[in-house]
Design a protein around this ligand. Structure first.
Ligand code: NOJ
Length: 467
């Protein structure tokens, strides 16, 4: 059985996990110092793998998802030697290490883009997606960027527009060019040789776009997933050919056995998700996030519906992968309310599939709104990225300096107090993970739904019709 099937994964938002040098920003040494919380220490959670958000040099237009150098570590976070130390320390404890792999775009400051931009005839030009202005000089078509505005920006020097699915500082790589896949394969091998066990491949559903740049139709109803609210992204999202690109990516990263884990961030409806897993294990992605689960809300009927959809629509070799919170969405403590957190933990950690925890959810951290005027993320996601609340002390045990984003209420919610309390949410997470690891049935399924028809309605009856 693949290691990741019975595993519990844990997303570390690197800048907010633990700061070792007092500059207020989490870093790699900070993670090393806090590994006891994750596995191998007294009362640790015993997760199986961490996924690190991007650690590369970046102008931070999208908080690191705009990579300027794939083979280096942002000096604010550490260096390659510290990274090696982190991987070794994790492996010593039985924690595997996953990195974010940003493949759909680079930073405008990446040397690949600099040369591509230098002239229309540069050999790297075709690593990105360029198009002539429309007749009126405007953008080549009306495609919108995920966070608003046109998906095109004009490059005056070469008189063409370049495409960016996200911010203008993130030019899209051209996955129709085989050199791009080969270059990303090299990046993967670079990190594999340093011991990295797998990758969360971001935004892959937008890796390919219609070559003739056909216009998107208007939205035809409420979007079930993000990015579909203002226009129906028919021609620049989840194109049928992207499945072949997922195969190409797998071939590009392959380096003998065992293959790295490829966990896809593919924001598509469940009907389409299975395609990204290929026709057999190891052909494309190993796992893909079920975003319908993350967006279901705290609604029993809706949750049951999306869990059933995953069970029914994933291919036979598929395996569900679910999270309730992430670096991109309001935390579920904020969305569901604190009273739901124990039941939510039981749900996430007992369903068949690979659960992905988001750092801090194990103690019930909520979103923390930055004060007016403080904003790092233009898409408004700072609140779910607040620093880890380790202890009830100045800096929250996160830093001895001033945290880059404000801390939540560390007096009420912190790791240290919950570790000492066997009735805490943290202790529940720990017990659920231990139970999961100890139970073959919980790890492997199969999942068979047991419907409790009407139960929810009866329980919620205002006239007291509960059982
Ligand atoms: C996925 C990342 O999680 C998100 O934070 C980022 O904005 C998008 N990819 C675009 O890079």
């Amino acid at each position: 059985m693949s290691w990741w099937k019975p595993a519990v994964l844990y997303e570390v938002y690197v800048r907010s996990f633990a700061d070792s040098d007092g500059d207020g920003i989490g870093d790699l040494s900070g993670i090393v110092a806090r590994l006891d919380h994750l596995r191998g220490g007294p009362d640790s959670l015993a997760i199986d793998a961490i996924w690190l958000t991007p650690i590369h040099p970046s102008p931070l237009a999208d908080m690191g998802y705009d990579v300027a150098d794939y083979r280096a570590v942002d000096p604010v976070l550490g260096d390659l030697a510290t990274f090696d130390r982190l991987v070794a320390a994790c492996h010593d404890r039985g924690i595997r290490v996953l990195m974010d792999l940003v493949v759909c775009h680079t930073s405008v400051q990446h040397p690949w883009f600099a040369v591509a931009q230098s002239s229309r005839s540069d050999p790297h030009r075709d690593w990105y997606i360029w198009a002539d202005p429309a007749h009126d000089g405007g953008a080549p078509n009306g495609w919108l960027a995920a966070f608003g505005g046109s998906a095109w920006s004009f490059d005056e020097a070469t008189d063409q527009y370049y495409l960016h699915t996200f911010y203008p500082e993130q030019p899209d790589l051209n996955w129709r060019n085989p050199q791009v896949a080969a270059a990303i394969g090299d990046v993967v091998r670079f990190w594999r040789s340093r011991g990295v066990d797998g990758f969360r491949v971001e935004a892959f559903n937008v890796a390919l776009k219609d070559e003739s740049l056909r216009e998107n139709p208007p939205p035809a109803g409420p979007a079930s997933l993000p990015y579909g609210h203002r226009q129906y992204p028919l021609w620049n999202t989840d194109r049928p050919e992207v499945i072949e690109a997922a195969h190409t990516l797998r071939r590009a990263v392959r380096k003998g056995e065992p293959d790295p884990l490829l966990l896809g961030e593919t924001y598509v409806p469940m009907e389409r998700l299975g395609g990204y897993l290929g026709n057999r294990p190891g052909e494309a992605f190993d796992l893909v996030f079920d975003f319908e689960f993350l967006y279901a809300g705290w609604d029993a009927d809706r949750l049951r519906f999306v869990v059933d959809r995953a069970e029914g629509l994933l291919p036979a070799h598929g395996w569900p992968c679910r999270a309730l919170s992430s670096n991109d969405n309001p935390r579920h403590a904020t969305r569901f309310g604190e009273r739901a957190l124990r039941a939510a933990a039981v749900l996430l950690l007992t369903l068949r599939g690979t659960p992905v925890l988001y750092m801090g959810e194990e103690i019930g951290m909520s979103d923390v709104l930055p004060p007016p005027g403080v904003s790092f993320d233009r898409a408004g996601r700072d609140a779910c990225r607040s620093p880890m609340q380790w202890a009830d002390e100045p800096g929250g045990g996160f830093t001895t300096g001033t945290p880059w984003l404000p801390l939540g209420d560390t007096h009420r919610i912190n790791v240290s107090d919950q570790r000492a309390d066997s009735a805490s949410l943290l202790s529940l997470y720990r017990r659920l993970i231990a139970e999961r690891h100890g139970s073959r049935a919980r790890r492997r399924g199969p999942a068979e739904p047991r419907y409790a028809a009407g139960e929810r309605r009866l329980r919620l009856s205002p006239r007291g019709g509960g059982r």
